[in-house]
Design a protein around this ligand. Structure first.
Ligand SMILES: Nc1ncnc2c1ncn2[C@@H]1O[C@H](COP(=O)(O)OP(=O)(O)OP(=O)(O)O)[C@@H](O)[C@H]1O
Length: 231
């Protein structure tokens, strides 16, 4: 079985217009991820960890290299070349992205947000309703909050909602962009439990975490962005 994801020679730079400068965010990134594995990405602040994740999710369009992803729907595709339409399909059905930041939609409750995540996959409303209940309970969002607007939620509550929105889609590949950054130790432990559950369910994961202690024993391998090595 070919790997689920193969990143080859990935590079991305940004033009800083007001300084008339080009800045190389990442260069020559290479790693491979098999189905069901969890890879952690480490590197000092500014080394390009988020850029790598965003290049895979196609928030950023990679400039150099290949990001080969073995899709359920399309077979092996290069995410660096894929059309916007296909990228949107993959985001709806196969690849999830979770950060500490919540994409709040006006006048949408936590429950509705999770339901929409299922409905946009083309599933019936009844199924979405049940999936939202299951996911919100599973990730222990206080039921009193289910029908409130999430803009007032705490960091940990937003995160749990974000994870619920991503998980109801049952993604094949889940990208975690420093999901524990603003959390206290108790909430971090909860995230760790969530990740352990996802791993047990066979989800393939890439995660960025600031504190290495958090990753201890969790990742199958670690990619060091500065050394460009897999450990
Ligand atoms: N949209 C952008 N426009 C311009 N420069 C960017 C953009 N995104 C990232 N960069 C630059 O690319 C470099 C890598 O940033 P990135 O956010 O990927 O690093 P990081 O390792 O995730 O950092 P941190 O650990 O501090 O979050 C930085 O110098 C940053 O300024």
């Amino acid at each position: 079985m070919p790997p689920l994801l193969e990143v080859k020679g990935l590079g991305k730079s940004f033009t800083i217009h007001h300084l008339n400068k080009i800045m190389q965010a990442v260069q020559n990134i290479e790693f491979t991820l098999n189905e069901g594995e969890f890879i952690g990405i480490v590197g000092k602040s500014g080394s390009g960890k988020s850029t790598v994740l965003k290049s895979i999710y196609r928030t950023y369009l990679p400039e150099k290299g290949e990001v080969l992803y073995r899709s359920d729907k399309f077979g092996i595709v290069d995410l660096a070349q894929l059309s916007e339409r296909e990228v949107l399909y993959l985001r709806k059905h196969e690849i999830g992205y979770v950060s500490q930041f919540l994409n709040v939609m006006p006048r949408t409750t936590a429950r509705e947000l999770v339901e929409q995540s299922v409905i946009e996959m083309g599933k019936p409303e009844e199924e979405a309703r049940q999936a939202a209940i299951d996911a919100l309970s599973h990730f222990e969002l206080d039921p009193e909050l289910w029908d409130s607007y999430p803009n007032t939620f705490s960091g940990g509550q937003k995160l749990r909602l974000n994870i619920a929105c991503a998980i109801v889609k049952n993604p094949r590949l889940l990208l975690l962009d420093e999901p524990t950054a603003s959390l206290d130790d108790a909430s971090k432990l909860k995230v760790r439990e969530v990740i352990e559950r996802l791993k047990a369910d066979g989800t393939t994961l890439i995660g960025i975490f600031h504190d290495l202690e958090f990753m201890d024993g969790l990742c199958d391998k670690v990619y060091d962005l500065q050394e460009k090595t897999l450990v």
